[in-house]
Design a protein around this ligand. Structure first.
Ligand code: NAD
Length: 510
């Protein structure tokens, strides 16, 4: 089945069909680790529960990998790397494997999608329309880079030739979060594999269902055993062991800023491995009084904070609105935003807001909302959990206005569907508030004045800036942060290069 047919047919599934698919998929969840091309149980025999956050149901008892399993996986990855079966495979052959891999993910979209939804509560419609196509595109883009990224022959004196070779790093450890489980894995694993490395992936413990299957599909596509390994387990155990491992050449991490700092320490305590960090955010959207279209800006603001339950690193969680349009903006946001996203069964294709990832996240978000109330922000809607969905970790979309940038809801990453509107006067004050944060992942600028737009673009401390848009982009866009949002860049060709190292070869001629 080609991409269009596959996606179109899944887009037409009804709730009853998805429920049927879910019942078929649950008993088949692969609970084991995937090491050296084969499924295996954790060496210590430990297990952890994989819970559906929409219902509280235990989906599976997953093998709980520990340091011993990380050791086995890294040894398999190092052996596979040194064998050259992948790292020295002809570029076009490596490309063909990755293209087949992308095709296989599309062919298996139904079961992968339903497990993603059961795992972390993401609406099935979003998985089908966004996550799966983005995973496939990421793999294809990185495959295309394989014979496009080049070394160099530099200008030297006539008696020498100097070549700069670009080589893979070796074993790459990838540690991923749960908010886009397959996509965050793809953003790391695809460039690492395309560049010729071998990989050990440690997925988030809240969303372990698909990871081993992703590695199995790579094998099915013709990838050699040991090249892509998966060890599920806890962060402070399996994750820490991976980041401390002396045979790992790079750790590519996406997750919280707090854990990102630990990863840097682990690298320093072990072998000075490279570290790529994609961490948290508290991204501002600056709404200037002259913005071109208030309706479009409000719509983007609503999607920018409520999509994926607000569990998005680049969520536009601070809405900075210039005084002349402040009241109109808030009024419009209340009118449109209070009904735009409705919590519901994420298996229902009509649902656009599922539960948060677990009860802990629900409690954390509700306590942040409480803090906002206590600090004097004005609550317009939401602020609680929907009573009719008490079995799951749901939180209603929430809007605060009259927020000051020193309030905790404006400073801490809430990672939930909570928008904070902050007033300002003039571009200079908007910019000062936008930059008054330890984070620097993304920013939105809304204005029709090109001078204001450029001034803000040049002075905003953020790795990704959108003008009169939010969350737009494609694979050419370097995605990553300034400041404590981390320093890695995903998606683009630079991402591919970050999984390579240069070797200078200087040849003296006779
Ligand atoms: P987290 O930091 O709690 O966990 C991320 C991963 O790190 C998980 O696999 C976890 O098991 C592992 N981990 C935890 N402790 C560890 C330790 N001591 N050593 C090694 N590994 C450890 O983050 P999360 O709650 O899963 O994800 C949410 C965070 O991810 C948010 O802050 C969000 O902004 C961030 N995020 C950033 C991006 C980006 O591109 N910048 C994308 C998605 C998510």
């Amino acid at each position: 089945m080609n991409e269009t047919t596959q996606t179109a047919s899944l887009e037409n599934y009804t709730l009853a069909q998805w429920r049927e698919v879910a019942e078929r998929a649950k008993p088949r969840i692969e609970t084991r680790l995937f090491i050296d091309g084969a499924y295996c149980d954790a060496a210590g025999g430990g297990r952890f529960q994989n819970i559906n956050p929409a219902t509280g149901e235990v989906l599976a008892e997953m093998a709980r990998g520990t340091e011993a399993d990380i050791d086995r996986a890294v040894a398999a990855a190092l052996k596979a790397y040194r064998s050259g079966a992948w790292s020295r495979m002809a570029p076009r052959d490596r490309m063909e494997v990755l293209y087949r891999y992308a095709d296989l993910i599309e062919a298996n979209a139904e079961s992968l999608a339903v497990l993603e939804t059961l795992d972390m509560g993401k609406p099935i419609a979003d998985v089908i329309a966004e996550d799966i196509p983005a995973v496939v595109t990421t793999i294809r883009f990185m495959a295309e880079c394989i014979d496009k990224v080049e070394g160099a022959v530099t200008n030297t004196d006539a008696g020498s030739v100097h070549m700069v070779l670009r080589e893979p790093l070796g074993v790459v450890g990838a540690i991923t979060p749960w908010n886009y489980p397959m996509l965050m894995a793809a953003w790391k694993v695809a460039p690492a594999l395309a560049a010729g490395n071998t990989v050990v992936l440690k997925p988030a413990e809240q969303s372990p269902s698909n990871a081993a299957r992703l590695a199995e599909l790579f094998l099915e596509a013709g990838g050699p055993p040991g090249v892509f390994n998966v060890v599920n387990g806890m962060g402070e155990d399996a994750g820490r062991a991976l980041a401390l491992h002396n045979d790992v050449a790079k750790i590519s991490f996406t997750g919280s800023t707090e854990v990102g700092k630990l990863i840097m320490q682990y690298a320093g305590q072990s072998n000075m491995k490279r570290v790529g960090l994609e961490c948290g955010g508290k991204s501002p959207q600056i709404m200037m009084g002259d913005l071109p279209d208030l309706d479009a800006a409000v719509e983007a603001a609503i999607d920018g904070i409520f999509a994926n339950m607000g569990e998005v690193c680049s969520a536009g969680s601070r809405l900075l609105v210039e005084r002349p349009i402040y009241d109109a903006f808030v009024e419009r946001f209340v009118a449109e935003g209070s009904n735009a996203y409705r919590p519901g069964d994420p298996l229902d294709p009509a649902t656009n807001m599922g539960p948060l990832v677990d009860r802990g996240a629900q409690q954390r978000v509700l306590s942040m909302i409480e803090a906002g109330r206590n600090e004097g922000a004005r609550l317009h809607f939401g602020g609680d959990a929907p009573e009719s969905l008490a079995d799951g970790a749901f939180v209603n979309p929430t809007l605060f206005s009259d927020v000051r940038n020193d309030m905790s809801i404006a400073r801490q990453e809430i990672f939930g569907p909570v928008a904070s509107v902050i007033p300002f006067e003039g571009a200079d004050e908007g910019l000062a508030i936008a930059n008054d944060t330890m984070y620097g992942l993304a920013a939105g600028i809304w204005t029709r004045d090109i001078n204001t737009a450029f001034k803000l673009i040049k002075n905003i401390e953020a790795g990704v800036v959108w003008v009169n848009a939010y969350e737009d982009g494609d694979m050419t866009q370097p995605f990553g942060g300034y400041k404590q949002s981390g320093h890695a860049r995903d998606k683009c060709m630079d991402s591919f290069k970050s999984y390579t190292q240069t070797k200078s070869a200087w040849i003296r001629l006779e």
